[in-house]
Design a protein around this ligand. Structure first.
Ligand code: ATP
Ligand code: MG
Length: 506
């Protein structure tokens, strides 16, 4: 990738030394596409590393596009050039793929009058005529970046507000009865007893202001559960803001959550409102909380105990009332035992501790989730699907889904896209890894029948099926009778006849 370095270190961005895009929310990265020495000189006079700018220079649209896809660019300065033809590809790309990037179009109206129309079409912040005035450019760039930061905050808040007012989320009826054949706690879909217990606990947590710690494998629905708690709580009219604590430097995380004042550190070109104060009255969801440093654990503990927020670089102690919901796919207990996570913070965080089971441990949820996602994606993709064949469903139930519900969702989305319009989703629409998974016959794969006669063998299989169904449903006998096509009395007779008792296996 071609990159012309003009401002020493500030412009030196090498492939081997790429910075973490998250950090760029503070150091503002400016991409300049120009071959005009006068434009480049004006930029280098107006914007310096000391003011918190990282500058990347390139000469053509293709290279500019690649930079935008590689690093987080906050502002793109596009010089239309001096030829009759304008290479507008990078500007269009920025408009379509990097919507939060501010754009400035620079042109000479006598040579490239199409600059006016281009600036308009690509929603540029402003257009500037050549020759550029460095003082004017400096002010305009600063304003453009401030406006982008405000737009970012506005987006976060309005998205949260929209979610909190979205009636679709509240699908349970006023009396809490089951709708559509399966249980919903907000949009959390499940049929398993384990998830029902978890949802009941989450509903209890929602009524309090206590911190909640949600643990579970990737894709099990931790964030969804956090949203369900927030939108079922008294805080629903205030935002729930999300911060991922993984892959972010400690001072950046501090600044994201507690905020900073202008000049707090090199690159802090304006005050930044941290999430703790932006979400005042609401909830902050700390994802991947296991990843925070020991020093940050102390700061978080202080916040949990006192609600104190001291922005970086400020002497003023501020206060904020937010509920913390933290999530982790590592076991925090284990980290405490290993001494990598503070015990006092762990105790503070787990006002309620919710462990979301992996999908493989609750295969009863697969049919209802499948149905839910089929309806969702049929709507999204504008397709008419009649349902899923039993055969296909059996394979879905047998597959272990290491990526949990997220993997199932992606699979269903694909199935809906490839199914014939107005038809059923069948085995041939499943991906190979799922259609080639051997099906368990009522979950008894590997079962070795007992006894010598056919009757004894069949009875031993029947007993195993009944035991398995009872265990799976936590002894919900009506459900088991229904699932196995028996009457309640018929099931009770079999339990008695085979001497099956609760808690025993086999
Ligand atoms: N019970 C559920 N009902 C409906 N959708 C679900 C359910 N569980 C998970 N999903 C969907 O699965 C996807 C993954 O869920 P989510 O992002 O909450 O998982 P996560 O546990 O936070 O994953 P990660 O650890 O990778 O961050 C989302 O699209 C979510 O809407
Ligand atoms: Mg998550």
């Amino acid at each position: 990738m071609q990159c012309v370095n003009l401002i020493g270190k500030a412009a030196k961005v090498e492939a081997a030394n790429r910075w973490n895009p998250v950090q760029l929310s503070i150091v503002q990265t400016i991409l300049v596409k120009s071959t005009d020495a006068a434009v480049i000189a004006a930029v280098s006079a107006a914007l310096s590393e000391a003011d918190g700018y990282q500058l990347i220079y390139c000469e053509d649209g293709r290279t500019a596009t690649r930079w935008m896809d590689e690093v987080l660019v906050n502002l793109f300065l596009h010089d239309c050039g001096d030829g009759a033809e304008v290479d507008e590809s990078a500007l269009i790309h920025s408009r379509l793929a990097h919507t939060s990037c501010a754009r400035i179009v620079v042109f000479d109206p006598a040579r490239t009058p199409q600059g006016f129309e281009l600036a308009n079409r690509t929603a540029a912040f402003v257009f500037l005529f050549k020759p550029l005035d460095p003082a004017q450019l400096g002010v305009i760039v600063k304003r453009a970046l401030e406006q982008a930061e405000l737009a970012r905050r506005h987006r976060i808040l309005s998205r949260e507000l929209k979610l909190s007012l979205d009636e679709d989320i509240f699908q349970t009826s006023a009396d809490g009865s089951v709708q559509g054949g399966y249980l919903q706690f907000e949009r959390l879909v499940f049929a398993s007893a384990r998830m029902a217990d978890l949802a009941a606990e989450a509903q209890m947590a929602a009524r309090t202001n206590m911190p909640v710690l949600i643990q579970g494998d990737t894709g099990t629905g931790k964030e969804l559960l956090a949203r369900a708690i927030h939108f079922n709580s008294g805080r629903r009219k205030s935002p729930m803001l999300v911060q991922n604590c993984g892959g972010i430097a400690e001072n950046m995380l501090h600044s994201e959550l507690f905020g900073h004042v202008q000049g707090a550190f090199p690159g802090a070109i304006s005050d930044r409102l941290g999430l703790f104060r932006a979400a005042d009255g609401g909830t902050v969801f700390l994802d991947e909380v296991s990843e925070i440093s020991p020093q940050f654990q102390v700061a978080l503990l202080r916040f949990l105990q006192e609600g104190e927020v001291k922005p970086l670089g400020s002497d003023t102690m501020l206060y904020s009332n937010v509920r913390i919901i933290a999530a982790s796919n590592k076991s925090i207990e284990k980290m405490v035992e290993q001494g990598t996570f503070r015990r006092d913070l762990y105790y503070r965080l787990r006002g309620f501790q919710l462990n979301v089971p992996s999908l493989a441990d609750r295969p009863e949820d697969i049919p209802v989730l499948t149905r839910f996602f089929v309806e969702k994606y049929a709507g999204v993709l504008g397709r008419r699907v009649l349902g899923v064949t039993t055969d296909a469903l059996k394979h879905l139930e047998a597959y272990p889904f290491p990526g949990n519900v997220r993997e199932l969702e992606t699979e269903v989305q694909r199935m809906v896209a490839v199914a014939e319009q107005g038809g059923y989703i069948a085995l041939r629409h499943l991906s190979d890894k799922i259609s080639s998974t051997p099906i368990n016959v009522a979950g008894t794969a590997g079962f070795v029948p007992m006894g010598d006669s056919l009757k004894d063998m069949v009875e031993s299989l029947e007993r195993a099926i009944v035991v398995q169904a009872l265990d799976r449903s936590h002894w919900n006998q009506s459900k088991v009778a229904n699932d196995l096509g028996l009457s309640r009395v018929g099931l009770a007779n079999k339990i008695k006849r085979y001497g099956i008792t609760r808690g025993r296996r086999g």
